[in-house]
Design a protein around this ligand. Structure first.
Ligand SMILES: Cc1cc2nc3c(=O)[nH]c(=O)nc-3n(C[C@H](O)[C@H](O)[C@H](O)COP(=O)(O)O)c2cc1C
Length: 197
C-alpha cells in the first residue's frame, strides 16, 4: 500500500465504529468498539490503539495472544454490529457465518469492511476496567465499503428493537467498569524487550 493511501486510512480512525477480531487456537471472535485511535503519523510504521474492557471475551484473547485486527466498518454493516456487539463470544461462535480468512498474525480478517489493520500488540497500559493496546499493523487492506459507519450514523439508523438490549448492556458494562476503574496496576508488556517476535 502506498504512503498516501496508508495515511488516509490512519486518518479515518478518529471516530468510526470498528469491529475488532482476535483468535486463540480454534476460538475466533469479534466485537464492536466505537472508536480506534491512529497511533502513528508514519505510513511505514502504521500503529493503531484500542481500549478493550476486561470483561469482554476479546480482551482475554488479545491479552493472551498479543494480536488483534481492527476493521473500520462501512454504512451497510449494521447487521454485523448486531452480530458482534450484543452477545459475547463466550456464549456463541459469532464469526460462524461471517466471511473471513486468517491473517499472517492469525486473526480473522473480515471480507466485508471499509479497511482492516491486523496488529501485533507492542505495548499496553492498564486502565483498571480496560486495557489500552498499542498495536503495530502488519497486514493492512481495503474492503469493498466506501462510506464510513460513524457512531452518529449508527445512532440515527439503529433499529428500534436494538434500543432496549443496547441500554441494558451499556448499563451493565458501566457498572462493572465503575467498580474496576480505580484499580490500576502497572503493566509491562511482555513483547517490549523483543519486538518482532
Ligand atoms: C455500538 C457499540 C459500541 C461498543 N463500544 C464498545 C467499547 O467502546 N468498548 C467495549 O469494551 N465494548 C463496546 N461495545 C460492546 C461490545 O462489543 C460487546 O460487549 C461484545 O459483546 C463483546 O464481545 P466479546 O465478549 O465476545 O468480546 C460496543 C457495542 C456496540 C453495539
Amino acid at each position: 500500500m502506498n504512503p498516501t493511501e496508508m495515511y488516509e486510512l490512519l486518518r479515518q480512525l478518529t471516530t468510526p465504529v470498528v469491529a475488532i477480531t482476535s483468535r486463540r487456537g480454534d476460538k475466533r471472535n469479534g466485537m464492536i468498539v466505537d472508536g480506534a485511535i491512529r497511533a502513528s503519523i508514519v505510513p511505514d510504521i502504521p500503529r493503531v490503539a484500542v481500549f478493550i474492557h476486561k470483561f469482554n471475551f476479546s480482551h482475554d484473547l488479545i491479552f493472551e495472544t498479543g494480536c488483534f485486527a481492527v476493521h473500520i466498518l462501512h454504512r451497510d454493516q449494521l447487521d454485523l454490529v448486531w452480530k458482534l456487539g450484543f452477545v459475547s463470544g463466550r456464549e456463541k461462535d459469532k464469526l460462524a457465518d461471517v466471511p473471513h480468512r486468517l491473517g499472517p498474525f492469525g486473526c480473522p480478517l473480515l471480507s466485508d469492511c471499509y479497511a482492516f489493520f491486523e496488529c501485533r500488540v507492542i505495548n499496553a497500559m492498564d486502565t483498571g476496567s480496560s486495557t489500552f493496546f498499542l498495536g503495530e499493523a502488519g497486514e493492512v487492506g481495503r474492503g469493498p465499503g466506501r462510506e464510513l459507519l460513524t457512531p452518529a450514523h449508527l445512532r440515527d439508523n439503529v433499529p428500534a428493537e436494538w434500543r432496549a438490549p443496547y441500554l441494558k448492556n451499556l448499563a451493565a458494562a458501566q457498572a462493572t467498569a465503575r467498580e474496576r476503574s480505580r484499580d490500576i496496576r502497572a503493566l509491562v508488556w511482555r513483547g517490549l524487550a523483543s519486538p518482532g517476535r
